[in-house]
Design a binder for this molecule. Structure first.
Ligand code: CDP
Length: 256
C-alpha cells in the first residue's frame, strides 16, 4: 500500500491509483468527522464496517440495474472502483424529516414526509455544502438537464430499493446522501453512482425503538457509534454475530 500513489484524501476515505488505467482503490478509514470536520474522532472498525456495508449495497444496486463505480472488494478496508469524474453535487433523498430539513423548515424530526424528496447541495466544504436549486445547477453548468433528470430518476429508484432492503431488517431509512460521477464511455460518458452508501451517509433508525444506528450517534454524542454500525452490518448479513469490534466475525472469510 505504501508505494501506491495517493490521488485524494478525504475525511473518511483515501483514493489510490488502481492496478489498471481507469481504476482506483478506495480505502475506508476509521476517522469520523462532523460539523464540517470541526468534530473529529477515530472509531475502531468503522472503515471495515463501511467497506462491507457499502459493498453489499453497491452490488445489490448493480443487480437492479443502477450503474455504479464499484468493481469488487479487495480486502477489509479497500475496494476497487472505476475512476470517474465526480459531479460536484451531494444528492440527498429524504423519507422522514431530520437534520437540516427539520431545522430549515421547522418540521419535527421523525415526521414522515408526504413523498420522498430529493435535494441538491453543492459539494464544497469551504461553504458547508450549501443547499442549491436545480436552477443553480443548470446556470452554473454543474450538470446538464439530462444528467439531472437521470440523477433524480436513479436516486428515487435507489431510495425505493434501499427502503425495502432496510425495512426487511427492521430499519427505517430516514434519509441518505449519494454522489454521482461521469464514467468515460466510447462516445462520451455515463452517469454512475460513486462514493459510498453506509451509516456515515444515511440516517437509519430501528423501526421499533427509533434508536439511531448511524452517524448521528457521533454528531449528537449519543455513544456506542461503532456498536450501532456493527448492528447495521449484522442485520444486513455481512457480520455473523453482533460482537463489536471483534472483526474476526466478519463473514465470508475476508482475505484482507
Ligand atoms: O447531516 P446534516 O444534518 O448536516 O445534514 P442533512 O442535510 O440533514 O443530511 C441528510 C443526509 O445526508 C444524512 O443522512 C447525512 O448523514 C447525509 N449527509 C452526508 O452524508 N454528507 C454530507 N456532507 C451531508 C449530509
Amino acid at each position: 500500500m505504501g508505494r501506491r500513489n495517493k490521488i485524494y484524501e478525504g475525511k473518511a476515505k483515501i483514493l489510490y491509483e488502481g492496478p489498471r488505467a481507469g481504476t482506483l482503490v478506495q480505502y475506508f478509514k476509521d476517522d469520523a468527522t462532523a460539523s464540517n470536520a470541526q468534530k473529529k474522532a477515530t472509531l475502531d472498525g468503522k472503515g471495515v464496517l463501511n467497506n462491507r456495508i457499502s459493498e453489499l449495497i453497491m452490488v445489490r444496486l448493480g443487480e437492479i440495474g443502477i450503474p455504479t463505480h464499484f468493481i469488487r472488494r479487495l480486502n477489509m478496508r479497500e475496494q476497487l472502483v472505476r475512476q470517474v469524474r465526480i459531479i460536484p453535487l451531494e444528492v440527498i433523498c429524504r423519507n422522514v424529516a431530520a437534520g437540516t430539513m427539520s431545522r430549515r423548515l421547522g418540521i419535527k424530526e421523525g415526521e414522515k414526509l408526504p413523498r420522498p424528496i430529493v435535494e441538491f447541495c453543492l459539494k464544497r466544504d469551504g461553504l458547508d455544502d450549501p443547499l442549491i436549486a436545480e436552477e443553480h445547477i443548470h446556470a452554473f453548468g454543474w450538470a446538464s438537464q439530462a444528467e439531472v433528470d437521470e440523477i433524480i430518476g436513479m436516486t428515487l429508484r435507489i431510495n425505493d430499493y434501499l427502503q425495502g432492503l432496510f425495512t426487511g431488517v427492521g430499519i427505517r431509512l430516514v434519509d441518505f446522501k449519494i454522489e454521482f460521477g461521469r464514467l468515460p464511455v466510447d462516445d462520451g460518458h455515463q452517469v454512475v453512482l460513486a462514493d459510498e452508501i453506509s451509516p456515515d451517509s444515511c440516517r437509519l433508525w430501528d423501526r421499533e425503538t427509533d434508536r439511531k444506528l448511524d452517524k448521528d450517534r457521533f454528531r449528537q454524542d449519543l455513544g456506542d457509534v461503532a456498536e450501532a454500525y456493527t448492528e447495521v452490518a449484522r442485520r444486513l448479513g455481512v457480520l455473523k454475530e453482533n460482537k463489536h469490534p471483534n472483526l474476526a466475525v466478519i463473514a465470508n472469510n475476508d482475505e484482507g
